[in-house]
Design a binder for this molecule. Structure first.
Ligand code: PRP
Length: 202
């Protein structure tokens, strides 16, 4: 039986729907507060973990496979195998500010973000000096309360940006969910990985 790390929240719900729709699971799994579920039909044990912890479970070998956004793969530069783009959890990594003047080239700008490495490397390619203010969430609040000039974050519907008076100033990358595995599990469970990959290829 392989172990699969599933992110909690929005992406987790879309992942469980996809596993059911593609007949990997025969029942639609509803995790609730149970954080580990064995599913005999798919021969998978599911672990329900914070999206930002999926990579840790996979790289440590506690999970053979996992589902994670390409934003977190890019941010952590983790040593994992990417098996498949699942085409769910689609969003964009963007730079946003209260107005166009918030983002003045050549000036020293303050950036609030959860994606510290992504932000640093984006502004480095633009020769832009930045000071990073790390936050764990509710990043869209930062420009309004003058914590930072701009934010680097993901946006899906654009609602959170709009409701906090923010405009997109740059797109850094397109983001989607990926099926990942650790390298040892890949060689040990090659056949199972191939079957799963085939089922989930849309
Ligand atoms: C994510 C992201 C944005 C929001 C964007 O936050 O960090 O805040 O979703 O979605 P939208 O464009 O559809 O409004 P999440 O809900 O994961 O919570 P967080 O603020 O705690 O990171």
């Amino acid at each position: 039986m392989m172990t699969c790390a599933i992110p909690t929240g929005r992406l987790g719900k879309q992942t469980l729907d996809l596993l059911f729709d593609q007949r990997v699971t025969t029942t639609l799994i509803e995790p609730g507060r149970q954080l580990q579920i064995e599913d005999e039909a798919s021969n998978l044990t599911f672990l329900f973990v914070k999206p930002s912890d999926v990579i840790t479970y996979v790289t440590s070998g506690l999970a053979d496979i996992g589902i994670v956004g390409s934003d977190l793969i890019e941010e952590t530069k983790a040593d994992i195998y990417e098996l498949l783009d699942l085409n769910i959890g689609k969003c964009r990594m963007i730079v946003a500010g209260l107005n166009e003047n918030a983002y003045v080239e050549n000036d020293h700008i303050v950036v609030s973000t959860k994606f510290i490495n992504t932000a640093k490397s984006f502004f480095k390619t633009r020769n832009q000096t930045v000071e990073i203010k790390p936050l764990n969430g509710s990043v869209e609040l930062a420009p309004m309360i003058l914590l930072s000039d701009v934010i680097v974050d993901i946006t899906e519907t654009g609602t959170t940006l709009k409701e906090n008076g923010l405009k997109i100033l740059d797109t850094i990358s397109d983001v989607s969910a990926r099926l990942i595995c650790n390298q040892a599990s890949f060689y040990l469970n090659r056949k199972e990985m191939d079957t799963l990959k085939e089922r989930l290829s849309l």
